[in-house]
Design a protein around this ligand. Structure first.
Ligand SMILES: [Zn+2]
Length: 174
């Protein structure tokens, strides 16, 4: 198990665009495994490589919902969206910041797995939010850039109480 340091605002690396992965090798697998360990340690639901200072298009997600499992997305691209949802988000790279963001209710994403094999996935609700949030990171966008309203800790706590299905993790942070 190896933990990596998480970059936080205002680190300007977070504003940079990540590059496509071209080598699906040991180095990538170590990065993926380290990102998973780091995500677990910080009780997050998703992490992009840029958040540990690696400007590559790599995402690891674990929503804590059994049916989703652990999801690794390499070079992901959203190919279809439907509807909108507006939920409160947080971010491992934006400590103590919470805000509402409008995202698609449904997305279809194409990506590669850790062996370079093309895949597609459909996602709704929380998983659609997390994937959209992480893909924003790959493009140098953090959620306060796209939030329509930021809220304080007290209001964030009240919102979590209203959303019991999101309490499996202490806080939903991407
Ligand atoms: Zn984030």
């Amino acid at each position: 198990m190896a933990l990596r340091n998480i970059l936080t605002l205002p680190d300007e690396t977070l504003t940079k665009k990540s590059k496509e992965v071209i080598s699906f090798d040991d180095k990538l697998w170590v990065l993926l495994d380290d990102m998973y360990d780091t995500l677990q340690k910080h009780e997050g639901v998703g992490i992009a490589a840029v958040q540990v200072g690696i400007l590559r298009r790599v995402i690891v997600i674990d929503t804590g919902e059994d049916e989703d499992g652990v999801i690794e997305l390499i070079n992901p691209e959203i190919i279809q969206t439907e509807g909108t949802q507006r939920e409160m988000e947080g971010c491992l790279s934006c400590p103590d910041m919470w805000g509402y963001v409008k995202r698609p209710e449904y997305i279809k994403v194409k990506y590669m797995n850790r062996y370079g094999k093309p895949q597609t996935k459909e996602a709704e609700e929380l998983l659609a939010i997390v994937i959209s949030h992480e893909i924003d990171h790959l493009n140098g966008v953090v959620f306060p850039d796209v939030a329509d309203e930021m809220v304080d800790e007290k209001e964030a706590e009240a919102e979590r109480e209203r959303k019991p299905h999101r309490k499996k993790k202490r806080r939903v942070r991407e």
